[in-house]
Design a protein around this ligand. Structure first.
Ligand SMILES: Nc1ncnc2c1ncn2[C@@H]1O[C@H](COP(=O)(O)OP(=O)(O)OP(=O)(O)O)[C@@H](O)[C@H]1O
Length: 313
């Protein structure tokens, strides 16, 4: 049974239809990324899941139960929620901010303290230094980490994230994203994440839902949207970053799979991406793999050709 099942969701503001007949499922432990241009309805769709917005039509079921049969407060406590503006309480310390939901749930103070400490440590905010600080004493990136810690504090099985790295510069954004991806805490959770950043979507998603004008244009694994676009909108949406996305999507396994030039794919981690291998090879570690940059790029070119041919067939 899917953890989240949305069926025929519709929402208008006045005459403006913002979400139009949207249906999807999210499996346990899956990360679904809602992607699309500004105003396409991503945030509205996310808020329909935790009843911050009620639909005009359609249903949302969480673990098979219609959300309308649950009290909104109870529902939201089972779903961590991170908003773009972080929304930390300015007069609460970092630790107090993180403890808000566990306190509401009546968790024991000692358990809350232990959990707060563990989360701060994992998010690279040493508790001895940061637990007692106020939000305004932190950088934007640190505040967003606290926002994430707060969403995870009560250990909710579902986490909803609306542009969680939105306020950051690109470099900080990329590094926090890496930490986020490696966070043990999130690997077991069902995550729905909103972004308009294509690279972010490709790095984090198990599946991407690309929206335009309140409708799903395509829903599938990143490589499917890239290599099998369902329509012109999908193709155009990724056009500007196509090569970068292909480098991040194809793995060594993919490009050396049918290759006669190299059959030693098994001798290295074949599930790393071409992008990662290139970074390693060009950062002074030329002996890291049994192939050169030129051989890697040739194999990559051949793999792209195979994908294109497969598409034409
Ligand atoms: N409460 C509201 N009242 C009226 N219109 C709204 C309301 N909330 C959202 N809208 C409109 O609905 C449309 C979709 O908004 P939404 O925030 O879901 O888009 P989004 O894809 O998340 O965009 P962004 O990436 O810019 O945040 C927008 O045109 C917005 O102006």
């Amino acid at each position: 049974m899917p953890v989240i099942r949305a069926t025929g969701l519709r929402k208008s503001f006045g005459a403006h239809a913002v979400v139009r007949d949207v249906s999807f499922e999210v499996a346990a432990g899956e990360t679904l990324v809602l992607l699309g241009p500004s105003g396409c309805g991503k945030t509205t769709l996310l808020k329909l899941l935790n009843r911050l917005i009620e639909p005009d039509g359609g249903t949302v079921e969480i673990n098979g139960e219609n959300v309308l049969s649950q009290r909104p407060e109870a529902l939201r406590r089972g779903m961590g929620y991170v908003i773009q503006q972080v929304g930390l309480l300015p007069h609460y310390t970092v630790a107090e901010n993180i403890a808000v939901v566990p306190r509401l749930l009546g968790h024991a103070p000692a358990a809350i303290a232990a959990r707060t400490e563990a989360l701060l440590t994992r998010l690279h905010l040493p508790p001895a230094r940061y637990a007692g600080q106020l939000p305004h004493q932190l950088s934007g990136g640190q505040q967003q980490r606290v926002g994430l810690a707060r969403a995870l504090a009560a250990d909710p099985p579902i986490v909803l994230l609306d542009e969680p790295f939105g306020a950051l510069d690109p470099v900080t954004r990329a590094s926090i994203r890496r930490e986020f991806r490696e966070l043990e805490e999130l690997k077991t959770k069902t995550v729905v994440l909103v972004t308009h950043d294509v690279t972010e979507a490709f790095e984090l998603a198990d599946r991407i839902m690309l929206l335009d004008g309140g409708r799903i244009q395509q829903l599938g694994p990143p490589r499917e949207l890239l290599f099998r676009p369902a329509n012109g909108f999908v193709r155009d949406f990724f056009a500007a970053e196509r090569l970068a996305l292909q480098l991040r999507t194809l793995t060594l396994n993919d490009i050396f799979r049918d290759s006669t030039t190299d059959d030693s794919a098994a001798s290295f981690a074949a599930n790393i991406t071409v992008h990662e291998a290139l970074e390693t090879l060009t950062s002074g570690n030329a002996a890291a793999f049994p192939f050169t940059v030129a051989q890697l790029m040739a194999a990559f070119g051949e793999a792209l050709q195979r994908e294109e041919d497969g598409w034409k067939r």
